[in-house]
Write a protein that binds this ligand. Structure first.
Ligand code: SRM
Ligand code: SF4
Length: 598
């Protein structure tokens, strides 16, 4: 019997229910079958096995070391002290640590099958949710991290919550499986104006989902909101981006971008990263409806035959931006749409350190190495530090898109207490640590040992490379230059490497493809400079490029602009090649379908 396709699994799942309740009630096995794992993703969890132990266990003919990763969703990265402490306590059910994600969520790794229900239950009771954190639905919506108290920041935060509400999948399966049928609403739904389109949240009658239908979206779907000139959410990497247009200090409407996305496969020209393109501008009142028109356009036109081509970026490319726009507008009867406004960003960086919020209070953005909230053996005790701040000072946190952590709403008289707690636990402010500007923004995806798709190291490797790059930048006298280094353990691109100045993309153990020529602004794709470099070769390759930059740059010119001015980007599939491959694949698929029908 052939393996069921993801589309069939979703279709026959009775609202993403499947056999999950029965499987998790059975404690006699440590894992679940793959088709159930596909459904489980929509509930915010993945089955994984410890890759460090895999080979030895397989050799010894033993069961793999199975466990589950759980991802909590919080629009714009907002998390209260109480919610933080519930996650902190849940670390004891995981590997003793948690991981801030670069979509402003939190992941717990290493939870055993028997503990999963308790973890999800507790996350929900904290007022957050894991529903739709993974799977073929709209994921955690990203928003500007800085808690600046003005009308524009308030509106963007409200928008992330409205989008999150509108696109939650609706079925009682989630409540039945994890909450024993209880209805628990995430805080962001309780706190914000209820969206009239939202039916009861986790407890809704069975039936077709009002937005997603029976088969949900063809693929994952990501949305981010950015305020110019700060591009911390990396808006052009999102399926859909929203950028406010401000008139006299108030948001008049939003420019919408579509079709960003980074996943690709090495050597397969028909898969590639794309930056989002401007689509249209709508007045504030119509923004979420416009978003729904885009989501349903993708639902109805996305490629459901081939998951590698199912993301919105391919739908936009195949339809063409004009036809895509016309279809979205057709789905917005009576709503006026306008040409997009011009967009200009200057950086994807977080504003680390202490700042005023604008309401008399302060916020402090703390550098967290690779987003891992752990008590390091000979380094910062991140977990203890943030737990003490949460319990003693009851201050809220914000996870940034660069996997750092903001401590928000700090009264001026609390500043020294925060500093003392951080210092006590060895958590040093990035400026005091003497980090280069590059190190403060460098990011690596999780990869080994938990990620089942990793081809190389990433989170465990980048700090070592950054030590070498830091020394190099010092030597070359460019410690304050905005240079973006990002690494991923495979071409899926979770670490968003394809718009970095230097992007390292895992190919095999100790081997990475090296991309160069993106930009700290997040608005330029890098090119493939070297198809495969070893860990030992990387510092030399980077140094040669940095030396040329130092020798050739014009006064004030940043690395990205120097590279664009002086270099031809490495091989990147041209649009022409891409469209030929896409057309060939479409023709092949049509032929196969016709064959099946016959
Ligand atoms: Fe990702 C799959 C981790 C952001 C593109 N991603 C995965 C999985 C779940 C592996 C799997 O499918 O088995 C990884 C879990 C590893 C682990 O052990 O934790 C994983 N992705 C992550 C995180 C934790 C990386 C991080 O360093 O923070 C991020 C979680 C964000 C969140 O809270 O939701 C994460 N992933 C991204 C991003 C960046 C972004 O969204 O801003 C991308 C590139 C943008 C994009 O989506 O195009 C990204 N992840 C992927 C892909 C490729 C998708 C594609 O279109 O081809 C996969 C594989 C897939 O979906 O088949 C993937
Ligand atoms: Fe895993 Fe690849 Fe994503 Fe890294 S980029 S977390 S290795 S899927």
């Amino acid at each position: 019997m052939s393996k069921a396709s993801v589309e069939d699994i979703k279709l026959t799942s009775a609202g993403l229910r499947g056999q999950l309740a029965e499987l998790f009630a059975d404690t006699s096995t440590p894992n679940i079958p793959e088709d159930s794992n596909i459904l489980l993703k929509h509930h915010g969890s993945y089955q994984q096995d410890d890759r460090d132990r895999r080979a030895a266990l397989v050799k010894a003919k033993q069961e793999k070391a199975w466990s589950f990763m759980i991802r909590s969703k919080m629009p714009g990265g907002r998390i209260s002290a109480k919610q933080w402490m519930i996650h902190d306590e849940l670390c004891t059910k995981a590997f003793g640590n948690m991981r801030l994600t670069n979509r402003q969520g939190i992941q717990l790794h290493g939870v055993l099958k028997g503990g999963l229900k308790e973890v999800i239950h507790n996350v929900c009771h904290s007022g957050l949710s894991t529903m739709g954190a993974c799977g073929d639905v709209v994921r955690n919506t990203m928003g500007p991290a800085a808690p600046v108290k003005d009308a524009v920041h308030a509106d963007t935060q409200r928008l992330t919550e409205e989008i999150s509400q509108r696109f939650l999948w609706r079925s009682s399966a989630y409540a039945d499986i994890w909450l024993d049928g209880e209805k628990v609403e995430p805080e962001w739904i309780k706190a914000s104006e209820p969206d009239p389109a939202v039916r009861a949240v986790t407890k809704a009658p069975e039936g077709d989902d009002p937005i997603y239908g029976k088969v949900y979206l063809p693929r994952k779907f990501k949305i981010g909101v950015a305020i110019q000139p700060c591009n911390d959410v990396d808006v052009f990497s999102q399926d859909v981006g929203f950028v406010p247009h401000v008139v006299e200090g108030r948001v008049e409407g939003y420019t919408i971008t579509v079709g960003g996305g980074f996943g690709m496969s090495h050597g397969q020209l028909a898969t590639r990263p794309f930056l989002a393109q401007p689509l249209l501008y709508v007045k504030r009142a119509h923004v979420v409806d416009a978003c729904e028109a885009i989501v349903t356009t993708q639902r109805d036109n996305g490629n459901r035959a081939e998951r590698k081509h199912a993301r919105l970026k391919y739908t936009v490319q195949s339809m063409g931006i004009e036809a895509f726009r016309a279809e979205v507008v057709r789905r917005l009867p009576g709503i006026e749409t306008f040409p997009p406004k011009e967009l200009k960003f200057d950086t994807v960086e977080d504003n680390l350190g202490w700042h005023e919020q604008g309401d008399g209070k302060l916020y402090c953005a703390v550098y967290v190495s690779m987003g891992r909230i752990v008590n390091c053996e000979n380094g910062p005790q991140y977990r203890s530090a943030f737990a003490e701040i949460a319990t003693r000072l009851d201050l809220p946190f914000i996870v940034t898109p660069n996997t750092n952590l903001i401590i928000a709403d700090v009264a001026p008289e609390q500043k020294e207490q925060v500093n003392a707690i951080l210092a006590k636990h060895g958590v040093v402010h990035a400026d005091e640590a003497g980090f280069t500007r590059a190190r403060k923004v460098a990011h690596a995806c999780v990869a080994l040992p938990t990620c089942g798709l990793a081809l190389s190291e990433s989170e465990r490797a980048l700090p070592g490379f950054m030590d070498q790059f830091d020394a190099m930048l010092q030597e070359l006298g460019i410690v304050d230059e905005p240079i973006l280094f990002r690494m991923t353990g495979c071409p899926n691109g979770c670490g968003r490497p394809y718009n970095a100045d230097f992007g390292f993309v895992g190919r095999a153990p100790n081997k990475w493809a090296m991309f160069v020529g993106g930009s700290i602004r997040g608005d330029t794709l890098a090119g493939l400079e070297f198809k495969s470099v070893t860990g030992e070769e990387i510092p030399g390759k980077v140094r040669a490029i940095l030396e040329a930059f130092v020798a050739e740059r014009q006064p004030g010119e940043i690395f990205a602009d120097w590279f664009a001015r002086t270099r031809t980007k490495g091989a990147e599939p041209t649009s022409e090649q891409f469209h030929i491959e896409l057309a060939e694949r479409a023709a092949k698929l049509a032929g196969e379908k016709a064959g099946e029908a016959g």
